[in-house]
Design a protein around this ligand. Sequence first.
Ligand code: NAD
Ligand code: DAU
Length: 355
Amino acid sequence: MTILVTGGAGFIGSNFVLDWLALSNETVVNVDKLTYAGNLQNLASLQGNAHHVFVQGDIGDGALLARLLAQHQPRAVLNFAAESHVDRSISGPGEFIQTNIVGTFGLLEAVRAYWGGLDAEPKKAFRFLHVSTDEVYGSLGQADPAFSETKRYEPNSPYSASKAASDHLVRAYHHTYGLPVLTTNCSNNYGPFHFPEKLIPLIIVNAQAGKPLPVYGDGQQIRDWLYVKDHCSAIRRVLEVGALGETYNVGGWNEKPNLDIVHTVCALLDELKPRADGKPYKAQITYVTDRPGHDRRYAIDASKIEKELGWKPAETFETGIRKTVLWYLDNPQWVANVQSGGYRDWVSQQYGDQA
Ligand code: NAD
Ligand code: DAU
């Protein structure tokens, strides 16, 4: 048996592939374009593992996807590939439209053709799982209930609008063509291999480098945090027993204002790797200009996936954030290679023209 994963060299995708292969012998075909966010060093521990087949490619490349699907005959396709950083979508939305909307459309077309040609049994068993975000639901007021799956879509950034469009395409392929789809809408992830342009890894990395810790606006925006491996376990559960055409919100009931997150990370660093001058890392906090259109609050109501599929996160925020800070302290070379761009040279050294 085989699954095909897109975007498996990114933050969540690489965690998913590593966990998948730690838990099973089912081959993963991993299609990733290797944009700035794709890092094959995340998957270095799989070197020589015949159950990991890496292919550098674009989800919008229909001919490539058709060839890979025909060759590997996967029982499922999981779509992690996306442009994912909100700030980048504000300064340059084009790539977000291209990958998240046009790319997802190309992938859906290739998968529809493949699935349509399968024999009855594999056709019935096949699944297309689309990995999406809570940002499609828009921004909550302080007293609003958390996002449920029936919440109206109100995306506010080019990133969330492009993800919302992709969710709608996935839905339409189920309703129109009967494609057996599943969609997950998850809250903010954190954990190993998180690219240090996002809040938590940026704070960890900047703190140690003695740089400012940039907090947008008043720092009172609220996000709902989930350890990345819990997101991966939720995706495995949805793939296994999710009802066709359904969407599942994924979250860990961990709403926190950004400033609290920054203080927590600083306190852990004070404990685990104190500054040489004995001052607290929080002294490096710097308030900077807010993100345009910044969503104030996200919160996930995860009761559907908990009740219907029996999924629960394994980590609390306290255990997950400690693991995360320790991972960054234990992996300075990964951070250095990301910052220098050296991970890109590593790819050509390790894989030559195979990647
Ligand atoms: P990421 O930016 O770390 O990784 C994205 C990966 O996709 C990279 O490896 C990149 O090379 C690849 N990619 C980009 N364009 C591609 C294309 N056209 N074809 C093939 N590969 C391409 O993102 P992430 O944080 O790992 O997010 C993965 C998915 O999960 C995304 O769909 C994102 O919207 C969703 N999501 C993320 C979070 C979060 O907190 N990070 C939360 C909920 C949902
Ligand atoms: O909610 C899920 C989403 O979470 C995913 O769909 C996105 O792919 C992912 O990037 C993330 O989006 P956010 O915009 O919430 O994540 P980010 O880490 O960029 O920012 C988290 C919060 O911290 C947000 O309110 C903006 C703020 N922030 C961010 C950065 C990078 C700062 O205050 N300072 C910063 O330097």
